[in-house]
Design a protein around this ligand. Structure first.
Ligand code: ZN
Length: 683
């Protein structure tokens, strides 16, 4: 299977106000190590008005192995020649595909194929998930998207593809595929654009639309000229220069950090559907997605960086995907660090809260992560992985960390690399054995639970001696743990201790009287937060499969809302029974919800939600229960107000509470996180 695309912004345009919904997805399949790529020359003509596609091409395939050629059954194949002679007969389609088999030959063969057919109509209402699941070639004057996974051209399985393609579209349309622009010509009301590229995948992603083109060139760190383009729909053309300014800034930043940009071009391409894809040399983002302010500030940089990590060096998918974690660390997280220490802490804390919300049933070892299909995988594959890089940099220092990245890039650029290759690079740069470090974070599911079990401070001559006892869950991790000594005036002094067993005591010395000590208040260690450190958020009910759901009035609407919200099968709990001990999701009409909470002595609606009560139609909140399991409540004024939450609510997983007016969130918040801390008496 070819890789369809990397990078996605799930359903963003559906809830532009939900900035934290900038989730990033990737779809990937095994990369084929192919010493001899198939060489192809293709000509494709597309008419978005009639949705007709005609193509012809020649493929040169290596000797010594059989080949399988596949094509979507929607296309007719009037010509199929092998070395100038008629090839195998057009086969009966199976599972929507025609598949030809060519036995192994003693020398390279030249295959000529012509194909034609009608593309599907573009359905601009599809969200990103639907586009991913659908993978059909679609066309309309507003936009054409032929995903690699759609078999819109003959695909020779099991080898990379070195291609040159000429795409013929009506004037007014522009077309693009991954690769280097290789000329264009106009005539007869048509525009023909050519691209050349050599890629590890066997199929091509093609996009076209009524684009206005903004372009400039950029000189790479090694002196090559890189063509930068924005291919945007007319209504957002004016963004082009600003988007290219941002691309240029990201290219400079990553060239300085890692090494020269590996391709000859980069383009920002707009899509009529609210989707987000990243491919080598381009990113394909919905018109509405591009308008979201944080896209230029974060997602665009993330996509640019994937040209180094993910495309420039491909993960060895069979052995785990490190590229999303490293890209998240060097893009999303790095931008937060540039914004300030508090912004960076907020992101780390949000990641740890998400992990705490996950529940152990959905947790997987990082080494098992290959690509994201839902939120639970993002928590491990992106955020836990980014924290593994952060803790590593904290341990070996920024100098060694960055040297390792540059060496890794030099060594593996254009190839495939595994977590082991990354470890080797960090070991060489830091001159340390990092085997145990990577083993504990990659091969084990879960995370340590750290506790500040006890702490005392006593005067010791002119100084103060602080004795601290830490515990952690079994099996113990080898950790570097920051302990913050806190002094008058809000001053802190952080001391790192090496903690390996399940319990250990440490002595810290201070030259002033400390007021208290806190365990990892900056959230720099990947761990399962204690209940007070991890205030409940909506994501808990969304991700934890142990969650029980109760419907309190308007049951059909509540049921469909709950199904939309959760990523796991719904486990319904009867209203008449006593509340379960598991995490609980209570959905319904406000009077019924309030009665249920009162009858079972459960916490009532928090006062924070009353502040914006004027036009409120629905209230959503999370709270801890005396037993520990979280309670998530969705209460609406009436059935219509409940139904109005279906679109926006899934985008607010990071919130603890919200108030809605129809489908608009008019107030929201996260309950504060309280670090584990021991205060010292004043004497
Ligand atoms: Zn990504």
């Amino acid at each position: 299977m070819p890789r369809a695309a990397l990078g996605a912004l799930l359903g963003l345009a559906l809830a532009a106000q939900a900035a934290q919904a900038a989730a990033h997805a990737s779809v990937a399949a095994a990369a084929a190590p192919a010493p001899a790529p198939v060489r192809a020359e293709l000509e494709v003509r597309i008419d978005p008005d009639t949705r007709e596609l005609t193509g012809r091409g020649t493929w040169v395939v290596a000797a010594g192995r059989p080949w399988r050629v596949t094509l979507d059954e929607r296309f007719d194949v009037p010509r199929f020649l092998v070395d100038g002679k008629p090839g195998p007969a057009a086969p009966i389609p199976v599972d929507g595909l025609r598949a030809w088999r060519l036995p192994a030959a003693t020398r390279a063969r030249r295959i000529e194929i012509e194909w034609r057919g009608q593309l599907e109509a573009l359905d601009a209402t599809l969200d990103h998930r639907a586009v991913l699941a659908h993978a059909a070639p679609v066309s309309a004057p507003r936009g054409t998207f032929l995903p690699a996974a759609a078999h819109w051209h003959p695909v020779f399985d099991g080898a990379g593809l070195a291609y040159r393609i000429a795409i013929d579209v009506p004037e007014g349309q522009h077309a693009i595929v991954p690769g280097t622009p290789a000329g264009e010509r106009t005539g007869g009301g048509r525009l023909v654009q050519s691209y050349a590229f050599e890629q590890p995948e066997s199929a091509i992603d093609l996009m076209a639309g009524p684009y206005r083109v903004t372009q400039r060139s950029f000189v790479a760190a090694d002196g090559r000229k890189i063509e930068l383009r924005a291919l945007l729909h007319p209504e957002i053309t004016e963004r082009g220069e600003g988007d290219l300014d941002a691309v240029e800034r990201y290219l400079r930043q990553y060239e300085a950090w890692i090494g020269p940009y590996p391709y000859e071009a980069f383009s920002v391409v707009s899509s009529p559907t609210p989707t987000g894809f990243g491919m080598p040399t381009l990113t394909y983002l919905g018109v509405e997605v591009l308008r979201l302010p944080f896209i230029r500030d974060t997602s665009l940089g993330h996509e640019v960086l994937h040209n180094w990590w993910g495309n420039g060096v491909r993960p060895d998918y069979a052995r785990g995907n490190w590229s999303e974690g490293l890209t998240t660390f060097m893009a999303d997280y790095a931008y937060r660090e540039q914004a300030g220490t508090e912004a960076a802490r907020e992101m780390r804390l949000a990641w740890l809260r998400d992990f705490a919300a996950l529940g152990s049933a959905a947790d997987r070892p990082l080494a098992a992560f290959t690509s994201r299909t839902h939120g639970a995988e993002q928590v491990v594959g992106y955020h836990k992985a980014a924290m593994v890089f952060l803790m590593l940099r904290d341990a070996i220092g920024t100098g060694a960390f960055d040297r390792a990245l540059r060496a890794f890039w030099r060594e593996h650029r254009g190839g495939t690399a595994s977590w082991n290759d990354l470890r080797a690079a960090f070991e060489a740069a830091s001159k340390r054995d990092l085997g145990p470090y990577f083993a504990q974070w990659l091969d084990r599911a879960g995370a340590p639970s750290l506790r500040l079990a006890a702490a005392t401070a006593v005067r010791d001559g002119t100084r103060w001696r602080v004795d601290v006892e830490l515990t952690q869950s079994k099996p113990a991790y080898r950790l570097r743990v920051p302990l913050a000594l806190q002094f008058e005036g809000g001053l802190e002094d952080t001391r790192w201790v090496d903690f390996e067993g399940e319990r250990a005591r440490f002595t810290l010395l201070a030259d002033r009287r400390p007021e208290g000590i806190a365990l990892d208040p900056q959230a720099r260690v990947f761990r399962r937060l204690a209940p007070g450190e991890a205030p409940p958020i909506l994501r808990q009910a969304m991700l934890d499969p142990a969650t029980m759901t109760l419907l309190a009035g308007a049951a059909a609407t509540g049921d469909s809302l709950a199904r939309r919200l959760t990523e796991h099968p719904l486990r319904l709990h009867p209203m008449i029974a006593t509340p379960p001990t598991q995490p609980l999701l209570l959905v319904g009409l406000a009077p019924e919800v309030d009665r249920y909470l009162a009858r079972h002595d459960l916490p009532r609606r928090p006062t924070e939600l009353n502040t914006a009560a004027g036009t409120a139609t629905a209230w959503v909140w999370t709270t801890g229960r005396p037993g520990g399991a979280p309670l998530t409540v969705i209460a609406a004024r009436d059935e219509a107000a409940l139904a109005a939450l279906a679109r926006p609510l899934p985008h607010y997983g990071r919130q603890s509470w919200l108030v809605f007016d129809g489908s608009t969130a008019i107030a929201r918040g996260v309950w504060p996180s309280r670090p584990q801390r021991v205060a010292f008496a004043a004497n």
